[in-house]
Write a protein that binds this ligand. Structure first.
Ligand SMILES: *Cc1c(COP(=O)(O)O)cnc(C)c1O
Length: 394
C-alpha cells in the first residue's frame, strides 16, 4: 500500500505499493486472473456500485498486481494516483482523449515522438483545436495559451533532439489560463523527474523504456490527482480496453526495484560518452543536456535531478555516413527502444520519424545525419571505444 512516509525514491521503488496475500510472500505476487469471485450476488452488486480500496471486479478495470505497480509509480512521482496502461501510447492517448472534447483547445510543443503527433492529429479530426508551438520558446507558449485553453502537452525532454521545455514557466502560464499541464516524461525518467513539484498536473510514462529497463514488455502509466486518474482517465481507459496486462505489471514492478541504480549508472555513462565525443571531427552536433553547449542546459540543471540517459549526435556526411557508423557498431545495437540495459542506436529520420514530411523533420532538427543513442548498462570505456571505432568509419 502507498504510505505517506517520507521515504526516498530508492526505498519507494523497492517497497511502495506492495500488497501481500495471506501467505506473506516476499516477492510481489503475479495475480494472473481476469476476474474475481464474489461471496454472494449481493456482494457482486455492491462492488459494481462502488469498488472498495482492496477490491477488484475485472482486470480491464484493475488487478492486484497492476494496482501494486500503479501505487508504486504514483508514490515515486509524487502523485495521488495512477492508472496503468498497455503501452506508453495508450497512456498518452488515454490522458488526452479522455480529457479533451470537441471545441477544446490544446497547445502542444511540436517536438514530439511521432505517435504522439499522430494522437493529436487524430483528436484534431474530432474537432479538438490543436495548436503547436516551439516548446523551447516561452513567448510562443504565452501567445498560444489563451484563457480557457483546456490543456498544454509536451515532452519534458523531446525525442530525439533532446529539447528541454521549461516546465515551471509553462505550468505557471498554463495554470493562469486555466489549463491542465500534461507532460510526457519518458526521457526525463521517474528518477530525475521533478515534474509534479514544478507544476505538472498529469505525468505520463512509457514503462516500456526505463521502468522495464530490459526491453521485455510494453507498458504505460498515467499519474495525476485522484480526480484526474479516477474520474477522467479511468472511465475512458477501462471501457476502451487500454489495461496493462498483470504479467507486464509484474515485470515492471521487478524493473522498478533497480530503476534508480540503473538510471544513475546509465546517466553517468551518457555523460562520459558526451565528454569523450564532444568536438569529435566526424560530428556536426552533439546533443546532451549535461553539456554547457546544450541550449537549455541551465533549465535542465534546474528541473531535472540528472541529465538523463539519452544523447543524440549528427554525423557529418548525412544519411550514408550515419548508416556507416550504425553498421560498424559492435556493442551498441541498432534498434528503436530506449532505456534498455543494452545500448541502442537509432536513425530517427528513417525509422521513428519516417512518417513525417521532410520539411517537418527539418523543422524539428531531425536531419539525415542524426543518430539517437540510448545509453545502457555496459562499461563506459567499452562503449566509448565502440563509438569511436564506428565513427572512424563515417
Ligand atoms: C516510447 C515513447 C512513447 C510510447 O511508448 P510505447 O510504450 O512504445 O507505447 C511515448 N512517448 C515517448 C517520449 C516515447 O519515447
Amino acid at each position: 500500500m502507498t504510505t505517506d512516509r517520507n521515504w526516498k525514491t530508492r526505498t519507494k521503488l523497492v517497497h511502495e505499493g506492495t500488497r501481500r496475500s495471506q501467505y506473506g510472500e516476499m516477492a510481489e505476487a503475479l495475480f494472473l486472473t481476469q476476474g474475481f469471485a464474489y461471496d454472494s450476488a449481493e456482494q457482486a452488486e455492491a462492488r459494481f456500485i462502488e469498488v472498495g480500496a482492496d477490491e477488484f471486479i475485472y482486470a480491464r478495470y484493475g488487478n492486484p498486481t497492476t494496482r501494486m505497480f500503479e501505487e508504486r509509480i504514483a508514490a515515486v512521482e509524487g502523485c495521488e494516483d495512477a492508472f496503468a496502461t498497455a503501452s506508453g501510447m495508450a497512456a498518452v492517448n488515454g490522458a488526452l482523449a479522455a480529457f479533451l472534447k470537441p471545441g477544446d483547445r490544446v497547445v502542444s510543443a511540436r517536438a514530439l515522438f511521432g505517435s504522439c503527433l499522430y494522437v493529436l492529429d487524430w483528436l484534431a479530426g474530432y474537432g479538438v483545436e490543436v495548436v503547436y508551438v516551439d516548446g523551447t520558446d516561452i513567448a510562443q507558449w504565452q501567445a498560444a495559451v489563451t484563457p480557457g485553453t483546456k490543456a498544454v502537452f509536451f515532452e519534458s525532454m523531446s525525442n530525439p533532439t533532446l529539447e528541454i521545455v521549461d516546465l515551471k514557466a509553462v505550468a505557471e502560464l498554463a495554470h493562469a489560463a486555466g489549463a491542465t499541464v500534461i507532460v510526457d516524461n519518458v526521457f526525463t525518467t521517474p528518477v530525475w523527474s521533478r515534474a509534479v513539484a514544478l507544476g505538472a498536473d498529469v505525468v505520463v510514462y512509457s514503462a516500456t523504456k526505463h521502468i522495464d529497463g530490459a526491453g521485455r514488455a510494453l507498458g504505460g502509466v498515467i499519474c495525476g490527482t485522484k480526480e484526474f486518474v479516477r474520474k477522467v482517465a479511468e472511465p475512458y481507459l477501462k471501457h476502451t480496453g487500454a489495461a496493462l496486462s498483470p504479467f507486464n505489471a509484474w515485470l515492471m514492478l521487478n524493473g522498478m526495484q533497480t530503476l534508480d541504480l540503473r538510471v544513475r549508472a546509465q546517466t553517468d555513462t551518457a555523460a562520459a560518452i558526451a565528454a569523450a565525443l564532444e568536438g569529435h571531427p566526424k560530428l556536426g552536433r552533439l546533443i546532451y543536456p549535461g553539456l554547457a553547449s546544450h541550449p537549455q542546459h541551465g533549465i535542465a540543471a534546474a528541473q531535472m535531478g540528472g541529465f538523463g540517459t539519452m544523447l543524440s549526435f549528427e554525423v557529418q556526411g548525412g544519411r550514408d555516413a550515419a548508416f556507416r557508423v550504425l553498421n560498424a557498431l559492435e556493442i551498441v545495437k541498432i534498434s528503436n527502444n530506449l532505456g534498455d540495459a543494452k545500448s541502442i542506436a537509432t536513425h530517427p529520420a528513417t525509422t521513428t520519424h519516417q512518417r513525417l514530411a521532410e520539411d517537418q523533420r527539418a523543422l524539428l532538427g531531425i536531419t539525415p545525419g542524426l543518430v539517437r543513442l540510448s545509453v545502457g548498462l555496459e562499461d563506459a570505456g567499452d562503449l566509448i571505444a565502440d563509438l569511436t571505432q564506428a565513427l572512424a568509419q563515417a
